[in-house]
Structure formats: C-alpha cells, structure tokens
Design a protein around this ligand. Structure first.
Ligand code: AMP
Ligand code: MG
Length: 400
C-alpha cells in the first residue's frame, strides 16, 4: 500500500508521451496548441480608422481651423489614399486606411457637413484620436498565442486573423473504459432484484469527453477466460485503458493478475485512502500504454477519477491544473490511518471557499454525490480536523 502523495508522484512521472498532429483550424476547439501562433504581419496592418467621420491633419485644428473642404469619401477596403491638400479632409469609415498626410479622426456626431465642407463643432479634439496605429497590437513575427494553450474561441479568431488554416496540436490518445461484473445491466434495462445498472462507465466517459477525447466503452463478464481474452484484445487496440471493478480481493476479481500476466507492469496497487483503496495503476511498452483499474464502488470510482485519472489525463495533454483549498466550517473526526476524502458542500464568499461536511456517506452512496460539491483531502496522520483549518479540495461541481 502506498500513500496518496506517492501515488500522485508516480502518476506525475508516468505521463503519456506527447505525439503531434496537424488539424484544420475549425476543428481545433479544445485541442492543446503545439506551436506558437505568430503575427504574419503588423497588427493592425495599417493605421486603422476606428470611427465613422472625417479625417484631418491635427496641426490645422490646433491652429484654430474649424472648417475643412472634403476632398474624398474613403470606405473600408479601399487602398491607401494620399491627401492632396493637407488643410482639407476626407470623410472616412471605420476599418478604412488613414490617408497619408492625415492623422486625426473626428466622429460624425461632432461635425456638420454642408456644401462639400465639414465644420468641427467640438473643442476637445486631440491629434491622433480615433486611429489604431499600425503594429501597435503586435508587430510582424511577434508571438500572439503561446504553445500549450487550449484552443478556445479567442484563439481560433487569432488563428484565422493570421491565416493559420492548420495548426499543430497534441494528438489525442485512444481511450477505452471497461466495466466488469455479472451484476451489471445496461441503463435502458430494468434490473432484477440482484442486479444494478452500470453507471460508472458513463461517468468516466463524461469525464474523458469533457477533455475533448473520443472514448470507447466495453464490458467484460466475471469469467476468467473472457477477462483474459478481453484484456489481450483491448491492449492491442487502445493506449489508455480504464477498468472498473474486478480489482479487489473477491473470488472473481481477475483484472490486476490478468494485466500483469499480459506484460503490464504494476506501478502501484492499493492507496492508503478512503474511499478508493483498491486502485491499481500500471504501464506497458516502455510507457506508451497506461492502464488504470479503478474500484467498482461508485463513489470510490468517482473519487479516483477526479483525484487521479482526470488530472493525469490533463497533465498528459499539457493542460495545467490549479489546486484549490477550503476552510472547514465544522469539525471532522476520522480515525483510520488513511487519507480521508470527505464529501463537502462548498460556500464561496469573499474569494474563499468554506466547506460544510456532509454526514452519512458510505462509498456506495452515489446519490449523495449530487448533494456535495467537492471532496476535502484530509491527511492520514491526523484524526481531528478542526473548524477553521484549511485543506485541499477536489471540486467536481464547476458552476460554483
Ligand atoms: P468490484 O470492485 O467489482 O468488487 O465492485 C465493487 C462494487 O461496485 C460492487 O457493488 C459492484 O456492483 C459495483 N460496481 C462495479 N462496477 C460498477 C459499474 N460499472 N457501475 C456501477 N457499479 C459498479
Ligand atoms: Mg465486480
């Protein structure tokens, strides 16, 4: 048996190797960027007008000139114009190129236009106003989006602006979730009194999908031959295998031994924690293939998923996780020398979380997951966790 810290350290050292692939920009949402997105030209690429109105040379206004002859009307999308008489003006539209010789834009609301002339009505014009200067956001060649960023709508817009039709991103590993157990029936069936619906595989599928990965689901019966055959096949087909159940001390718990017989090295088995003790983790083929065997008990399975599997997967994909803490609002007592992941409800006030312990939860009590918001991680070397003390939380409700 190993400690929570040792389990975390082993997982942190055993990440999936990074492979890259190129995808079209419009298919890159949620993917981890493996190259910088760089400005292909100055941004903005020209002195860009930011208001509909007139453009003048500010020096004339500063000398007291209020009336300007209109030399031309300039629209967005027209090539750059050079003013012939710098004491005149142009009418100009948002997004247009500021003509050579002019430097200041006054919005239509602050002028009147009559008989081919514009008259400025306000006395607060500043030379250079309403012009977004060429290269003031980024100059050509400067990075805009760093490597490692998860592509969102803003990053896609930037990619589009610099003409990146394709991007290099981290390749997505193939993931399979494998439930085990003869008591399980599919969710659209009515279970017999001795059966239950299989819930864990869908829970894990949701977690994997939330990271944008495709995921397959399989089921193995509690038959030794079926487990041996199934495990061999799955090891041929997938890079990340997550087994559920069948990894404890029961007569029909064949998963750990079958994995080890098929060349998967055990990195650890059993973690000093509650819930989730019978948790097995290993790898095959010099760390190109990773196998998790999570306890079948729904709350144990959920805890192992949130505490270990999801962070490992994120870490492997290059996504940075932030640790969060909360302060206890009531005492917790827990005697066994195990790390206790206490289900808590969270309150958020003044930028801090307060945790209210939820009573009466066994590790099979799936329904109570809906009432709690997080697990609080309470260290194994203490038995009393007093009100006001602060511990890490694994928050699984994200609307908070
Ligand atoms: P096991 O680890 O196979 O001994 O299973 C421990 C407990 O978890 C048993 O009560 C199982 O019925 C339950 N269990 C195992 N797999 C699942 C699953 N996929 N969905 C819901 N419960 C499960
Ligand atoms: Mg079982």
């Amino acid at each position: 048996m190993i400690s929570v810290k040792e389990a975390e350290d082993i997982l942190g050292r055993s990440l999936l190797p990074i492979h890259l692939e190129t995808v079209p920009l419009d298919k890159s949402l949620g993917r981890v960027l493996a190259e910088e997105i760089v400005a292909d030209r100055d941004f903005p690429p020209y002195n860009r007008v930011t208001m509909d109105g007139i453009a003048i040379k500010g020096a004339y206004y500063e000398k007291g000139q209020a009336v300007y002859k209109i030399e031309k009307v300039v629209a967005a999308g027209e090539p750059r114009y050079a003013i012939k008489d710098e004491s005149s003006c142009v009418e100009i539209m948002t997004g247009a190129v500021l003509p050579d010789g002019l430097d200041t834009v006054i919005r239509y609301e602050d002028v009147t236009i009559e008989n081919g002339e514009a008259t400025i009505l306000v006395d607060n014009v500043k030379t250079g106003q309403n012009v977004h200067g060429k290269g003031t956001d980024r100059t050509k060649g400067e990075p805009i989006v760093p490597k490692g960023r998860v592509m969102g709508a803003a990053e896609i817009a930037i990619g589009a602006t610099v003409g990146k039709t394709h991007l290099k991103v981290h390749k997505l590993p193939s993931v399979v979730i494998v439930s085990t157990g003869d008591e399980l029936v599919p969710i659209d069936q009515t279970p017999e009194p001795h059966q239950i619906r299989a819930s864990n595989a869908l829970m894990l599928q949701a977690a994997v999908q939330s990271l944008g990965l495709p995921v397959a689901i399989r089921h193995l019966t509690d038959d030794h031959e079926a487990v041996i055959k199934g495990v061999r096949q799955l090891l041929n087909d997938f890079e990340i295998l997550v087994f559920i159940g069948g990894s404890s001390r029961g007569k029909y718990d064949y998963i750990p031994e079958t994995l080890e017989e098929n060349g998967v090295s055990r990195y650890f088995y059993k973690v000093k924690q509650r819930p989730g003790k019978p948790f097995w983790f290993g790898a095959r083929e010099a760390g190109n293939q990773f196998v998790f065997a999570l306890p079948g008990n729904p709350v144990s399975c959920f805890l192992c998923m949130e505490k270990y599997f999801k962070p490992w997967l994120k870490n492997s994909l290059g996504v940075v996780e932030h640790k969060e803490m909360a302060t206890l609002k009531e005492d917790i007592h827990f005697k066994p020398p195990l790390t206790y992941f206490a289900p808590v409800r969270l309150e958020y006030k003044g930028g801090q979380y307060t945790a209210i312990p939820m009573s009466g939860q066994g590790s099979g009590d799936l329904a109570n997951l809906a009432d709690a918001d997080a697990f609080m991680q309470l260290p194994e070397d203490q038995q009393t966790f007093p009100t006001g003390s602060t511990y890490p939380i694994i928050k699984y409700r994200h609307a908070l």
